[in-house]
Design a protein around this ligand. Structure first.
Ligand code: 4AD
Length: 434
């Protein structure tokens, strides 16, 4: 069947091929990887119809004689809306530029197949996380971007002040020092005291002076908090269910875009791997590292570094690994202390995944008022966190939660090496382009 398109088909030219009597274009509007093939008589050929130019095409949509596409547009009129000089345009027709090259053009890279696929997958993954939480009875909370707390206590805060600094002795804008959030956890804990299951998914900021392939200064974190939660097992079950359901949804709904990163076989193999998980305690991890042939010197009490995480994942057959019960002193003040002297561990867990390392960090939270007060006093924080102690004074329940680095999730599922390639506009030390 043929039909007249009333509204012109609008998009950007992805390819141009001319024959004696005809011109063939592929026009892509960004909604999918598929471009619409446009066939036009040579008389419609226009010097300005170049790779990257923006066009509006009016014509008749017909069943295509070619197997590759179901339909093609027989053009009656082609209007070049925005020209694109092929000499100056940094992307060349038929060339597959690598992600590192594309990174130099943060304002233009979304015009390429690879990066537009990535951003469509990112959008679908966002929806997948929201649907997981909706289907499992979580209430979404918009936690603040500006906050006066340092949830992680790791000293990686960006301070917020108006740009008109002027007098160095004037008061803080908010009367107290204020920062960009490093985690919405404490606000979620407030809310889990009323809604039981809550989550947040938003921008998170860390002044990490790192150029690594898995750190950004601004990234998106998915965080969940569950009231009436009594064991790490129950927490890791939610983390695992979330990881599986979102991975499956992304892979099922973005087949064509994902295909650009993985061949189908690799992709399904990766999926099987991703969907089986392994669990070990921190103490077991120390033993495994001690026995390895890689000569790690890793005494009990040290924090796992990237190379240790990699080794543990490899040791388990390249599947995601939950590492539980870390030394208490490695974890922030909110982590629940296990009753296991002399080890003194915390009911905390990290999820390590192939290719990336740490993807999620979580813990049971210290809900016992006396224990928490003592910990805060030790850290000299009891006044700062008096409101946090109130949560334990009034209707306190055992609870726990976790945070997942959204960009690291995309890296893991797509096998993308550098975190800067899975976010529209990456921010990292010495780089804030656009
Ligand atoms: O392990 P983290 O620091 O955990 C927290 O912030 C908890 N308060 C979360 C919670 O329990 N609600 O961070 C969680 C995850 C990490 O596992 C990592 O995937 C990601 O956030 N992440 C980063 N991703 C990109 N760039 C950075 N600089 C990151 N820092 C952490």
């Amino acid at each position: 069947r043929t039909r007249m398109i009333n509204l012109p088909h609008a998009g950007w030219v992805r390819s141009v091929r001319t024959q004696k009597a005809h011109i063939f274009l592929h026009v892509n509007d960004g909604s999918s990887l598929q471009s619409l093939q446009v066939v036009a008589g040579a008389e419609l050929n226009d010097q300005l119809l170049t790779f990257g130019s923006a066009v509006e095409v009016t014509g008749i949509l017909k069943k295509s004689p070619h197997q590759k596409q179901a339909v093609e547009l027989e053009a009656q009129r082609i209007h070049v809306i925005g020209e694109c000089d092929p000499v100056d345009f940094p992307f060349k027709i038929k060339e597959r530029h690598n992600l590192e090259y594309l990174r130099q053009f943060p304002h233009l890279r979304c015009r390429t197949n690879a990066f537009s696929s990535l951003l469509r997958i990112r959008s679908e993954a966002t929806a997948a996380f929201h649907s997981f939480f909706k289907d499992n009875g979580f209430v979404q909370i918009h936690t603040p971007v500006i906050t006066s707390n340092d949830c992680e206590g790791a000293g990686e805060l960006f301070q917020v002040e108006p740009s008109s600094v002027g007098d160095a002795h004037r008061e803080f804008f908010f009367s107290v020092p204020a920062f960009l959030t490093v985690s919405g956890q404490l606000h979620l804990e407030v809310m889990s005291g009323a809604f039981s299951r809550v989550y947040t998914f938003g921008p998170t900021f860390r002044a990490e002076n790192s150029q690594s392939r898995r750190h950004l200064a601004e990234f998106y974190m998915v965080e969940a908090e569950l009231g009436f939660l009594r064991s790490l097992n129950d927490l890791t079950k939610v983390m695992e269910d979330m990881f599986k359901s979102t991975t499956e949804q992304v892979l099922a709904r973005c087949v064509e875009d994902v295909d650009l990163f993985h061949s189908k076989e690799v992709f399904f193999k990766a999926l099987n791997v991703i969907l089986s998980t392994f669990r070990m305690s921190y103490s077991e991890a120390v033993e495994i590292l001690g026995r390895s042939t890689e000569n790690f010197t890793f005494p009990w009490g040290c924090d796992l570094k990237t190379e240790h995480e990699k080794h543990l994942v490899k040791h388990c057959g390249n599947v995601p690994v939950f590492v539980t019960d870390y030394p208490y002193r490695l974890k922030p003040f909110y982590a629940r202390a296990n009753q296991d002297p002399p080890q003194n561990t915390a009911a905390a867990v990290d999820l390590l995944v192939p290719g990336v390392g740490e993807l999620c960090g979580g813990s049971l939270r210290e809900e016992r008022l006396d224990v928490l007060t003592a910990h805060l006093e030790d850290a000299g924080l009891e006044d700062t966190y008096d409101w946090y102690l109130d949560l334990r004074r009034f209707g306190s329940v055992p609870h726990g939660g976790f945070g997942l680095g959204f960009e690291r999730f995309l890296q893991c599922v797509l096998g993308v090496d550098n975190i800067k390639d899975v976010i529209p506009f990456p921010r990292y030390s010495h780089s804030c382009l656009l």
